[in-house]
Ligand binder design. Structure first.
Ligand code: NAD
Ligand code: LMR
Length: 343
């Protein structure tokens, strides 16, 4: 017997990432081939036509799993009974806008959406924030949904950064991306993030693995070369990849962002048995010295019932300094929205 449909709400359903997301979700890429899906697309009035057009195209695909599609500009309708909320629509930074203005504009979106989720979403709702600044938008949404929705239901997307790091390593080591495991993104989805390979491993045989840093040393000619490559090439390349895409492509990442959001929700919902861990920004309870309440990226795993932080990894002094720098940025963002009276 077919299971009951899972309701997935996409905000910014008329935007670029929304468009890249919905067809793959409807095709079963996110929740598997057996779960019927009901899509709800939330837009602001200016975006309604684009979302409505996308809904027509979804109908024309005749996806077997897609039960129905609703398009609305009312958050209470969009989040009614939703199981998975993907908060993509956000206010982009425009010329002359200060960071505080950006945070304030997005607080005006993610605060009310958090409240609407608390009011009408399914009791077991999971929320992933994609719209930037994603970590702090998730913090605002979680605070606005409290105490009705537990804070650990809110996450922010750093899987794109994780996948970017894996892609860079696979290229330099001349292996398949799937051969790389145990990479971690720490901190904020911003240029301050820390892509950490100190625990990463690469497959060398049917079951054998070796540390990525050793494989890099073989390829680059020694430990000193690895240090230089990590500090001068790998870390800045991954951390600034979003800006590189904007420069080369002319607008920010779309398909790779949608792909990462699908990876994030799929692993959260179906589990990560095939991996030691992946990366996601989740609400800290003080793990690894990250102040409780911040939404920061960590190594995480799932047994199919939400992400949990993988604890107990060794953090050396270099890693500690990089994590602390990104966390300092998250603290500054939190303090800025607190000063605005949002938290
Ligand atoms: P886009 O401008 O194409 O689409 C955004 C859509 O959101 C627009 O259609 C807009 O009308 C809608 N929107 C705005 N306010 C809304 C609201 N209150 N409710 C519902 N919809 C609303 O942008 P995009 O390319 O789809 O990117 C969306 C966001 O994702 C941006 O903030 C971008 O910076 C961010 N992003 C994040 C990552 C990540 O890894 N976390 C990666 C890429 C992009
Ligand atoms: C990305 O990482 O590609 C985006 O977050 C960049 C951006 O500013 O939208």
């Amino acid at each position: 017997m077919a299971s009951a449909p899972t309701t997935v709400t996409i905000t910014g359903g008329g935007g670029q990432i929304g468009y890249a997301l919905m067809f793959r979700i409807a095709a079963g890429d996110m929740l598997g081939p057996d779960r019927p899906v009901r899509l709800r697309l939330l837009e602001i009035p200016q975006g309604m036509k684009a979302a409505e057009g996308a809904a027509l195209e979804l109908q024309d695909c005749a996806f077997p799993q897609l039960v129905d599609v609703d398009v609305t500009d009312d958050p209470l309708t969009a989040f009614n009974g939703t199981h998975i909320a993907m908060l993509v629509g956000a206010r982009p930074r425009t010329a002359g806008m200060e960071r505080a203005d950006l945070l304030a504009a997005n607080a005006g979106i993610f605060g009310p959406q958090g409240k609407a989720i608390a009011a009408v979403a399914d009791d077991d709702v999971r929320v992933v924030v994609v719209g930037n600044p994603a970590n702090t938008n998730a913090l605002i949404a979680a605070a606005s949904a409290a105490p009705h929705v537990p804070a650990d239901r809110f996450t922010a997307l750093t899987r794109l950064d994780h996948n970017r790091a894996v892609g860079q390593l696979a290229e330099v080591l001349q292996v398949a991306p799937d051969d790389i495991d145990d990479v971690t993104i720490w901190g904020n989805h911003s240029a301050s993030q820390f892509p950490d390979v100190s625990h990463a491993t690469v497959r060398t045989g049917l079951v054998e693995r070796m540390p990525v840093v050793e494989a890099l040393a073989e390829r680059l000619g020694g430990a000193a070369q690895v240090r230089t490559w990590l500090d001068d090439t790998f870390i800045p390349r991954v951390a600034k990849r979003g800006a590189e895409i904007i420069e080369v492509r002319g607008s920010s990442s779309v398909a790779s962002a949608a792909n990462a959001a699908i990876d994030h929700v799929r692993d959260e919902q179906l589990g990560t048995p095939h991996r030691s861990w992946t990366s996601a920004a989740v609400v800290s309870r003080g793990e690894y010295g990250v102040p409780a309440g911040l939404v920061s990226s960590f190594p995480v795993r799932s047994h199919g019932d939400g992400y949990e932080i993988v604890e107990g990894l060794d953090i050396d002094a270099r890693a500690r300094a990089r994590i602390d720098a990104s966390v300092a940025e998250l603290i500054a963002e939190r303090d800025a929205v607190t000063a605005l009276g949002v938290l």
